[in-house]
Every structure is written in structure tokens, then in C-alpha cells.
Write a protein that binds this ligand. Sequence first.
Ligand code: ADP
Ligand code: MG
Length: 257
Amino acid sequence: MSATLQPTSNETEAGYAGVRLRDVRKSFGHTEVLKGVDLDVAPQEVVCIIGPSGSGKSTLLKCINLLERPSAGSIWVEGVELTDPSSDVNAVRATVGMVFQHFNLFPHITILENVTMALRVVKRISAKEAEKIAMRQLTRLGVDSLSHMRPADCSGGQQQRVAITRALAMEPRVMLFDEATSALDPELVKGVLDEMKSLALDGMTMVVVTHEMAFAREVADRVVFMDDGRIVEIGPAKELLANPQTDRLRDFLSQVL
Ligand code: ADP
Ligand code: MG
């Protein structure tokens, strides 16, 4: 008898091809900052997370690449359970790329070394091959001419492009962006948002924490509104932003729009 694929109605948690979170909780000391988050992000989907400061957005993203270990609950990426105690943190970090508000480049080494480091250390790719990969990605993001400079000699927009490059060089399956344009001078914001949009159009699965409502409306498939450690509303981007169902989202939107 030939093997048969499991029908989707019988799909196990682990059989999901995207990013799946089930009852994800995180406490710091006695304070629970994630209070049970369930979320599925489909392959190639872009989900934007909005919500007030302190609502747990950054903590949630950090849980998705294990910069924080959830206190409870499970997270799968392409069917692999990241929260399994035996999961390889380095493999998770290679699979789930993250870009931060403050770029987080290593200040004492060059742009090129920033991009090649994880390739060599985590993926154990030879220095020569890592440089080839890095230069290809730096060129794609238009920052190849900076390869021998140090981060401090680059603009914020350039540094953020390098940070995106560094994440993409690892060939991640998912990209997380945490307020990637919040620290940029206003004239540099659009360029970085355009790179994120182009990545989305290329089919990258993305979870994007942002205050850029225009970006959320235009680029996101769905928007998640978080407040106080929980998902309060979730829905198609344009619908959710145009027709908030809760006072909390209505209040939030009236402050940011
Ligand atoms: P957001 O990104 O939505 O502003 P965060 O995820 O950064 O929210 O923070 C949510 C809550 O968790 C805040 O009250 C914050 O002070 C707290 N918190 C975040 N990280 C830590 C930490 N490492 N230790 C203690 N409390 C933390
Ligand atoms: Mg945050």
C-alpha cells in the first residue's frame, strides 16, 4: 500500500508549514507580560503587530527566535518545534532572522565582517564563500560600497540595510522586524520600508512590529492588535484598521493615525 499524505483536517500542530504559536506565555519574575498568545502566520504571509508601548510586542518577537524562552506554550516554524528543549538555538536563529530598532551591529568590526560572522560561526561556511554571499546580499540592498567601513561611519538607514542584509544572508525562512524604522531620521524611513516591502513581495514570511500604519495597511495581509500581553484583535489589514471592533483598538488608532 502506498503512503498517503495526512489530510489537512487531520493536520497536527507540527504539520503546519508556517509559523504557529500556541498559548505562548512569558513572565519576568512575577509579572506575566505574554498571557497566552495563539497565532498562525501562513507561508509568505506578512503580519503586522501594532499596540501600545509595553503590550508585549517585542517580547513576542524575541520568543519567535528564542532570544527569550517562553515560560509556557509552543512555537513551530515549518513544523519544527522551536520550544522543544532539545531544539538547537543556533539553527533557530538561522531560520528566523530578526531586525531591531537600534540595528545592533557589532561596532568594532567592518560592515562586511558583520554580515559574514554568523555565516562563518553558525553555518560554518568558509571565509571566502561567506564573503561572496555577503557581497551579493550587500549589493542587493545597495550598501556594498560600505563593506570596509565600520557601522559608526554609516547613516542609520545604511546601518539598518546592513542589519537586514546580515539577517538575509543566513537564508531565513521567516523575518521578524521590531520597529525597524523607529530610530531612523524621517528622510531615511521610506528607503528601509521600501526594502521591507520588496522582501514581502518576494514572498518572505514576515512578522513586523511597526507604528507605520500606512505600511501596515498597504503591505500586511493581516494586522494583530496587542494590548496587555494578549491579542485583542486580528484581521485583514485594511478591515481591521478601518473598522476596529474594540474601544481599546479605537483609542489606540485615534492616537497613532
Ligand atoms: P512592547 O514591545 O510592546 O513595548 P515589551 O515586550 O518590550 O513591550 O515589554 C512588555 C513588558 O515586559 C513591559 O512591561 C516591559 O517592561 C517588560 N519586560 C520586557 N523585557 C523585560 C525583561 N527582560 N525583564 C523584565 N521585564 C521586561
Ligand atoms: Mg517593543
